[in-house]
Design a protein around this ligand. Structure first.
Ligand SMILES: [Mn+2]
Length: 292
């Protein structure tokens, strides 16, 4: 009998890790020779999220074996170059691609681990079911993304109630509250550099449970970022504070001499909302400059 290797995607997220973990467990129970392998780096954040579930993801980190007889199972994605045949895929990412593989399951779901857990609930422990519920929260930004399906949402609610999981704590943890014990470090959380209309811009974000309680810390971070942009030569720093309890966001546009505050009435994504808004603004400013 050939060996099965379960593989998540590159830059593995919580769902990818939990899916592999659950599927390995189920397949072992069914008598398969199977191993979940993570041949990739795992971010600090994703190690932390997995640890919250009692899973140590680094345990699965190792290079892929080179045996061409090994059969591969992909979870939480549908394409990856592997040194053997891909025999099964379980995924929830929509695709137009035609996929030819013996067992291909791709359905709308909050997370791939939800698909797995809902199909094999009786083979899983309470911790495993909790892990699947949690990864559904992580993968959908606490049920705010359009990936959220009513049936998975209801399933998570039902399981949390039935088994007495701490739903609110899980929801907060799934949003990865930022550790602000070191303010300078926290102010650069998720640092990205952007070149927008020839302006050099940097951005970072915080996830806070109650930003109003941390207003002093926020102000100290803004002061730090003012000196940071001078030292690093940025024109603008977009410092985003997300309220992960009420799902609102505040953008601090920090320049050398002024800070402008913009409030968003929703949890605002940096990539799809804030950077495009800044691009629009800087474009308009550029135009004004040229017409003057
Ligand atoms: Mn996923």
């Amino acid at each position: 009998m050939s060996k099965f290797i379960i593989l998540g995607h590159e830059n593995p997220d919580n769902d990818s890790i939990v899916s592999g973990y659950l599927l390995e467990k189920i397949m072992k129970q069914l008598g398969y020779d199977v191993e979940f392998i993570i041949p990739d780096e795992i971010s600090e954040e994703n190690i932390m999220l997995a640890n919250y579930l009692g899973i140590n993801p680094t345990k699965y980190q190792k290079p892929l074996p080179e045996n061409p007889d090994d059969k591969y199972i992909l979870v939480d994605h549908h394409e990856r170059i592997v040194p053997g045949e891909i025999v099964a895929i379980i995924d929830h990412h929509p695709t137009e691609k035609e996929i030819t593989c013996k067992h291909y399951q791709n359905e709308r779901a909050c997370s791939t681990s939800c698909i797995i857990a809902r199909n094999f609930t009786r083979r899983l422990s309470l911790d495993d079911i909790k892990a699947a519920c949690f990864s559904a929260m992580v993968d959908t930004a606490a049920f705010h993304s359009n990936k959220t399906t009513v049936s998975d949402y209801n399933w998570v609610q039902y399981m949390c109630k039935k088994f007495n999981f701490n739903y609110n704590e899980m929801l907060t943890m799934s949003m990865c509250p930022t550790d602000i014990s070191d303010l300078n470090k926290a102010s650069l959380n998720g640092l990205k550099k952007h070149n927008i209309e020839n302006h050099s811009v940097a951005s970072s974000f915080l996830h806070l449970q109650n930003p109003k309680e941390n207003i002093d810390e926020i102000n100290q971070m803004i002061e730090y970022l003012k000196t940071y942009i001078q030292e690093e030569g940025y024109d603008l720093f977009a410092f985003i504070v997300h309220d992960i309890t009420n799902f609102k966001s505040t953008l601090y546009k920090i320049r050398e001499n002024e800070t402008e505050i913009v409030n968003y009435d929703e949890y605002t994504s940096r990539g799809t909302r804030i950077i495009p808004d800044l691009t629009e603004e800087l474009k308009t400013k550029q135009k004004k400059k040229t017409t003057n």
